[in-house]
Write a protein that binds this ligand. Structure first.
Ligand SMILES: [Zn+2]
Length: 305
């Protein structure tokens, strides 16, 4: 029998959504869209909406940007439930999940470097060279930990996009859940935190669609329920750059015009900004009329400033 820790935390049936920005810069239009879609969907379903700061990769954290993101969200009129969660405070949870996977022989230490793999001609999917590695013979910490993935077809129905199917062994390969630089992977930390927070619905950008089946597989191994997923299109500028902090997207001003523009991008039949007296008025309208079925079913969509 697989050991799980699911008995300690009752799973919530009530809608629980979340927004999980990484504090690597200020809130930009792309992350406003993810915040808005997850928030409006949660509130439309009388659900809770939580904010979690994805600060586990300390090398990418820009000091003070968590405060900037939160104050921008607040200025935009978002209201979150419960306290702000920080991933950097949950290392023990991640370790517990990793220990469980190790005890159940579902992961292994991998000593391959990207350079070595390249020299050996492996440039695509990791070929599982270290699958037979024995933990007991690892005398150093200089390894990553990979998950042994399944050769079964897995799939999910996205609330916005097409049906997604993957065979992890063919399409992804054994992926890293703990990095050589001693950081828990995005996939593992997200899955563990979503479980501990009782998240039932995930609404996020299309760039994360390929993470979903990896996360579902981890949920299965850890005995967690799988949330319901929706992926919104990414906003691209006319120069076709993804609107992310990395491409130095313009930081947003939290005025009604920007909020209306974001709602329109999300395909909501919204009026023009002058039809709202204030932001509160806007949010009431958006939450009441929110319809995820009208969000464009596409990977990306152009946005014009
Ligand atoms: Zn290896």
């Amino acid at each position: 029998m697989k050991k799980t820790n699911s008995q300690h935390i009752p799973y919530q049936e009530h809608y629980r959504g979340r927004f999980a920005p990484s504090p690597s810069g200020e809130l930009h239009f792309g992350s406003l869209l993810a915040a808005m879609a997850s928030y409006a969907d949660a509130r439309h379903h009388q659900g809770d909406w939580l904010v979690r700061i994805d600060d586990i990769d300390s090398a990418r954290v820009v000091a003070g940007s968590d405060k900037h993101i939160l104050s921008t969200l607040e200025a935009c009129g978002f209201q979150w439930d419960e306290g702000i969660d920080y991933q950097s405070q949950h290392i023990e949870r991640y370790q517990h999940a990793l220990d469980l996977l190790q005890q159940n022989h579902q992961c292994y230490p991998c000593t391959c470097s990207r350079k070595q793999l390249k020299i050996q001609g492996y440039t695509g999917i990791y070929p599982g060279l270290c699958r037979a590695n024995d933990w007991a013979t690892m005398k150093h910490n200089n390894y990553a930990i990979r998950l042994k993935v399944s050769n079964k077809q897995m799939g999910f129905t996205d609330r916005i996009q097409q049906e997604h199917q993957q065979i992890l062994s063919q399409d992804v390969g054994d992926f890293i859940i703990y990095r050589r630089d001693q950081v828990f992977s995005y996939q593992l930390s997200m899955v563990v935190d979503d479980f501990y927070s009782g998240i039932t619905h995930v609404v996020r950008g299309y760039d994360l669609v390929d993470s979903t089946i990896k996360q579902m597989y981890l949920q299965q191994l850890l005995g967690y329920p799988t949330p319901i997923y929706a992926h919104i299109p990414l906003a691209i500028s006319p120069q076709a750059l993804k609107l992310s902090k990395l491409s130095q997207a313009k930081k947003i001003t939290c005025d009604l015009k920007t909020l209306v523009q974001a709602a329109q991008f999300l395909g909501q039949k919204i009026l023009i900004d002058t039809d709202f007296e204030n932001k509160n008025d806007f949010w009431q309208y958006l939450i009441r009329h929110w319809d995820i079925n009208t969000v464009p079913r596409m990977e990306k969509q152009m946005v014009l400033y």
